[in-house]
Design a protein around this ligand. Structure first.
Ligand SMILES: [Zn+2]
Length: 662
C-alpha cells in the first residue's frame, strides 16, 4: 500500500467512525467496519513510520459533544475490548494467561450490542450515570438513567460502588418505535443499537421513558467500604443478581474446550435472543490477574471479545422481482424457493442493488447463491455457487405501465420516466404542484393522493381540469368545504401564469431541478423552443452536462410527453419564459451543512429542499458555511460550527426561512 492510499483509508475510517459514534447513522455494517480497521492495523504494523498521533487505531471512538450535554471525567476509564475474529486467537490468549496463572478461570459472556454506561452509587443511592464518550470523558445521563426500569435507584450496599453495563433496546421496543415512525411518516431507525444510543443521549427523559431502554450490568468497576470489595468477578455478578440487579448472562469456564463450547452455544442462540449481540466476551474471573494482561491503552486488560462471522446460507433463487420505486427507479429483489433462517428471522428475499450487480454476479432464476445477513443489514447475495442455464436479461419495459425503460449509465440504475406511470403518478403530480415547482398554494400531497385514488387525476395536466368537477369535489368534501375548494381552484388558475422555468421544474426531467431549470430558461423563449434544442446546444449551456442534456433531449422525444405539454398549453398554462427577475429561491446564495437526526426530514429530503430553494448543501463546516442545521445527537460538526461562530438552526427554523420568503 502506498502512503497516499494509507491516508485515504484513514479518512474513510474517520468518516465511518463519525457516522457511527457521533451521528448514530452508520452506512456500513459492523463487519465491514471491522475489516477496514483490521486492514489499517496491518498497514500500520508494516509501516510504523506512517502512524500519526490521532490515527483511528489510537482512539476509542466518539467525541462526547452533545447539545447541552454535561461532561464527566470517569473515575475508572471506560475502555473497549480488543476484538478477535478466530478461535485460534482466543486459544493463544488463553494459553498466555494459563502460562502465568495456572488456576485462571474465565467468564464467557454475551457481548450485548448497545452502548456502555457506568453507574455510581454512594451508600446505596444512585448519584451519577455516565456514557463512555471517548473512554476518559463521557456524558452525564443521570436523568435518563432514572427512567430506565432496569437501573436501580437504590440498592442495599453501603460505601462506594461503581457498576458498568450495557444499555440496549429490545427487538420488541425497536420494532414498536419503527412502526410508529412509519405511521407518522417519519424516519425509521437503522438498528436497535443506534436507536438506543440516540435515545440515551436524548435531552428529554420523557422520550427515553416512552421508547424503553434496558440494561445489563457486566462489571464492578470499583467498590470500597462494602462486601463487593475484593470479590472475584463472577462472585460479584452473583451477589448483584441476588439483589435483583440484571447482570449479563455469563458462564464460568476453566479449559479452552469449555470456552469454545460456550462461544458456540451463544452463537447458536443469538438468533433467538430478544436483543442483538455482536460477539462473546471472554474475561478473567480473577480480577487481580487482569493487570498482567494489558492490551494497550485503549483496551481493558484481561478481556477479549470473539466476534462471530456474519451468518450465511445457501439459497436457491426462484425469481427476480422487479418493482418500481416512487422515483421511477426499478428495484430488484431475489425471491428464494424456500425461506432460510438467518440471525433469528426467516428470510425469503434479498436485495440485488442494480442490474450490473445482477449480471456481473451471474444471478438468474434457478441459480444457487450465498445469502448473508448480519444484524441490522438487509439480507444480500454475496456470491453465486451454481449458475443456472439462462442468464438474466434486464427488463425493457416498466412492469407497471409498460413504458420503455431508460438506463442511467453513471449509476447503473434503470428508470421508468413515463410521467403518467401509475407507480409514480402521485409523486410526480405532488412534485409538479409543490413549492419547488408550480407552487400551487394549499394544494398538498394529501389532496393529490386522494384525487389520484378517486380517478380525478391521472397526470399533472389533469390538475387544470379539476375546476370542471367543482360541485362534486365540494359535495364529497375532498378538499374541504366550498371556501377551501374555491381557494385551491383559484390557486390552480393562478399557477397558469407562472414563469416557464417553474413548469420545466415541474416536469421532473431527471437532473433538472429548480436551479438548473431557471438557468436553462434564460436561453429559450419558451418550452417549445427548448423541446427543439439539439444535444449540442443543450450541452453548451452553463451548468448542463452531457447526462442532463441527454435527459432533456430524450424527454422531448417521447410522444407522451409532448402530448402532455400540449394538454397543459391547451389548458392555458404559460409556456413562455417571462422576464428573469431576481432569484426567488429563499435560500439563494446561502450555504448549509446538516448534522444529526432531524425530527421529520431525512438527509436526502433536506438536501433537496435546500437545493430546490436555491441554497447550497455541503458536507463539512467551514468559514463559508452560513448555517448549520442541527438535529438530535449532532456531533463534531456542531462543535466546529460553534467554534467558528456559525449560526446553528433547527429544522423548524430552516422551514420557516423558506416559508417567509416564498
Ligand atoms: Zn412505469
Amino acid at each position: 500500500m502506498e502512503y497516499q492510499e494509507y491516508l485515504e483509508l484513514v479518512d474513510k475510517i474517520n468518516y465511518h467512525m463519525d457516522l457511527y459514534y457521533n451521528q448514530d447513522a452508520p452506512e456500513i455494517s459492523d463487519f465491514d467496519y471491522d475489516q477496514l480497521m483490521l486492514q489499517l492495523k496491518k498497514v500500520e504494523g508494516e509501516h510504523p513510520e506512517w502512524v500519526k498521533e490521532d490515527s483511528p487505531t489510537r482512539r476509542i471512538g466518539g467525541t462526547t459533544k452533545r447539545e447541552a450535554g454535561v461532561e464527566v471525567t470517569h473515575n475508572v476509564p471506560m475502555l473497549s475490548i480488543q476484538d478477535v475474529f478466530s478461535k485460534e486467537e482466543v486459544e493463544d490468549w488463553v494459553k498466555q494467561v494459563k502460562a502465568l496463572h495456572k488456576d485462571a478461570a474465565f467468564s464467557v459472556e454475551e457481548k450485548i450490542d448497545g452502548l456502555s454506561m457506568t453507574l455510581r452509587y454512594q451508600d446505596g443511592n444512585l448519584t451519577l450515570a455516565e456514557t463512555r464518550g471517548d473512554g476518559r470523558v463521557g456524558e452525564d445521563v443521570t436523568l435518563n438513567a432514572l427512567v430506565i426500569p432496569d437501573v436501580k435507584k437504590k440498592i442495599a450496599i453501603q460505601g462506594y460502588l461503581e457498576l458498568r453495563g450495557e444499555v440496549y433496546m429490545s427487538h420488541e421496543d425497536f420494532e414498536r418505535f419503527n412502526e410508529s415512525q412509519e405511521k407518522l411518516g417519519k424516519k425509521t431507525a437503522a438498528n436497535p443499537r443506534n436507536l438506543a444510543a440516540g435515545t440515551l443521549r436524548q435531552l428529554d427523559s420523557g422520550v427515553v421513558k416512552e421508547r424503553g431502554l434496558r440494561m445489563y450490568v457486566f462489571n464492578v468497576q470499583q467498590a470500597s467500604g462494602n462486601e463487593l470489595e475484593g470479590m472475584e468477578h463472577i462472585q460479584a455478578l452473583t451477589y448483584l443478581s441476588n439483589m435483583g440487579i440484571y447482570v449479563v448472562p455469563h458462564k464460568q469456564c476453566r479449559e479452552i474446550g469449555e470456552i469454545f463450547d460456550e462461544i458456540d452455544s451463544i452463537g447458536d442462540r443469538r438468533g433467538e435472543l430478544p436483543y442483538d449481540i455482536d460477539g462473546a466476551v471472554v474475561k478473567l474471573d480473577q480480577v487481580a490477574y487482569r493487570q498482567d494482561f494489558p492490551a494497550g491503552s485503549k483496551y481493558s486488560a484481561g478481556h477479549i471479545a470473539y466476534k462471530y462471522p456474519p451468518e450465511e446460507k445457501e439459497v436457491e433463487i426462484e425469481e427476480i422481482e422487479v418493482a418500481v420505486g416512487r422515483t421511477g427507479k426499478m428495484t430488484f429483489r431475489a425471491r428464494f424457493k424456500e425461506p432460510v433462517r438467518l440471525c433469528g428471522t426467516n428470510v425469503q428475499r434479498a436485495t440485488l442493488h442494480n442490474i450490473d450487480f445482477i449480471q456481473n454476479m451471474g444471478i438468474s432464476p434457478g441459480c444457487k447463491a450465498i445469502c448473508r445477513k448480519q444484524g441490522e443489514i438487509i439480507p444480500a447475495i454475496i456470491r453465486v455457487t451454481k449458475q443456472s442455464e439462462a442468464s438474466y436479461e434486464a427488463p425493457r419495459n416498466c412492469p407497471i405501465c409498460g413504458h420503455t425503460l431508460m438506463r442511467e449509465e453513471e449509476t447503473c440504475d434503470i428508470y421508468c420516466n413515463n410521467p403518467s406511470c401509475p407507480a409514480q403518478v402521485k409523486r410526480t403530480i405532488a412534485y409538479f404542484a409543490g413549492k419547488g415547482a408550480m407552487d400551487i398554494k394549499n394544494f398538498g400531497t394529501v389532496y393529490v393522493e386522494q384525487l389520484v385514488d378517486l380517478g380525478y387525476l391521472k397526470d399533472m395536466a389533469d390538475i387544470y381540469t379539476l375546476k370542471n368537477h367543482r360541485e362534486e369535489l365540494i359535495e364529497q368534501g375532498i378538499m374541504g368545504k366550498e371556501k377551501n375548494t374555491d381557494k385551491i381552484l383559484q390557486a390552480i388558475e393562478d399557477s397558469k401564469q407562472n414563469d416557464a422555468y417553474m413548469l420545466l421544474t415541474g416536469l421532473a426531467i431527471r437532473n433538472v431541478g429548480k436551479v438548473s431549470a431557471k438557468e436553462i430558461m434564460k436561453h429559450f423563449r419558451d418550452i417549445w423552443e427548448l423541446s427543439q434544442a439539439s444535444i449540442d446546444t443543450l450541452t453548451n449551456l452553463p451548468d448542463v452536462g452531457e447526462i442532463t442534456a441527454s435527459c432533456i433531449y430524450n424527454y422531448f422525444r417521447e410522444a407522451q410527453n409532448l402530448e402532455m405539454l400540449k394538454k397543459l398549453n391547451d389548458s392555458g398554462v404559460n409556456l413562455k419564459a417571462l422576464s428573469q427577475g431576481d432569484n426567488t429561491g429563499a435560500l439563494e446564495g446561502l450555504t448549509f451543512v446538516v448534522t444529526g437526526t432531524l425530527p421529520t426530514l431525512g438527509r436526502k429530503e433536506v438536501g433537496e429542499l435546500i437545493e430546490n430553494n436555491g441554497g447550497k448543501n455541503t458536507g463539512s463546516v467551514s468559514k463559508k458555511t452560513n448555517y448549520l442545521v442541527a438535529g438530535e445527537a449532532a456531533g463534531s460538526k456542531l462543535a466546529k460550527a460553534v467554534e467558528l461562530g456559525i449560526p446553528v438552526i433547527t429544522e423548524e427554523e430552516l422551514l420557516r426561512m423558506i416559508e417567509n420568503t416564498n
